[in-house]
Design a protein around this ligand. Structure first.
Ligand SMILES: CC(C)(COP(=O)(O)OP(=O)(O)OC[C@H]1O[C@@H](n2cnc3c(N)ncnc32)[C@H](O)[C@@H]1OP(=O)(O)O)[C@@H](O)C(=O)NCCC(=O)NCCS
Length: 159
């Protein structure tokens, strides 16, 4: 889980992550972006490409693992945290609910469609294809296509 206590070390780490994220978002060609993502703490395999304008969760990039030969297309958001609403009650500010963190794993050869959102805790299987604009809230099996909000599998490729 990400450690977000306000120590000087964490503030400097946050600044470093945001500098890297900003460079990575805009650099061209795609290969130049990859070191910045790794310096943020993401684990990324070989041959993987991340398009411009991809949004990485700056609060916990170390929770993101991407395999080999993955294609993360433009405008995708990889989100590793959200509010824990299990104790939320009427009359209580939602901001008082603690944050909870969960990893994202994208396996080899997956294709993440334009503008999609991958939610905390999701694993995208090997060779899976995520449709444009999907909101992926659950794991996606290998070699399948998932589309929509929330994303549902519409096709699975046989061996
Ligand atoms: C998901 C996707 C891969 C499906 O491609 P496909 O296998 O050729 O599927 P089809 O176009 O035949 O569509 C199959 C069904 O899914 C629906 N569908 C396709 N893409 C969809 C999407 N992004 N969201 C919701 N539904 C979608 C179609 O309307 C169709 O529905 P129907 O069976 O009720 O008619 C493709 O539509 C897509 O979104 N690709 C991502 C494109 C992208 O991100 N490009 C970035 C640059 S590479």
């Amino acid at each position: 889980m990400a450690n977000n206590h306000r120590t000087i070390g964490n503030v400097l780490r946050g600044v470093w992550i945001r500098i890297c994220a900003s460079c990575a978002r805009h650099l061209f060609p795609a290969q130049l972006r990859m070191p910045f993502y790794r310096w943020m703490g993401m684990k990324i395999g070989k041959g993987t490409k991340i398009a411009a304008s991809v949004d990485i969760d700056g609060s916990a990039p170390e929770l993101i693992t991407i395999g080999n030969n993955v294609w993360v297309t433009r405008g995708v958001m990889l989100l590793c945290h959200q509010r824990d609403l299990s104790q939320y009650e009427v009359g209580k500010p939602v901001m008082d609910c603690p944050l909870k963190y969960a990893p994202i794993t994208i396996k080899d050869g997956a294709h993440i469609g334009i503008g999609s959102i991958i939610m905390p805790g999701v694993t995208i299987g090997e060779g899976a294809v995520i449709g444009a604009g999907a909101v992926v809230t659950k794991d996606v099996p290998p070699y399948s296509i998932a589309v929509g909000t929330p994303a549902k599998v519409i096709k699975t490729f046989a061996n």
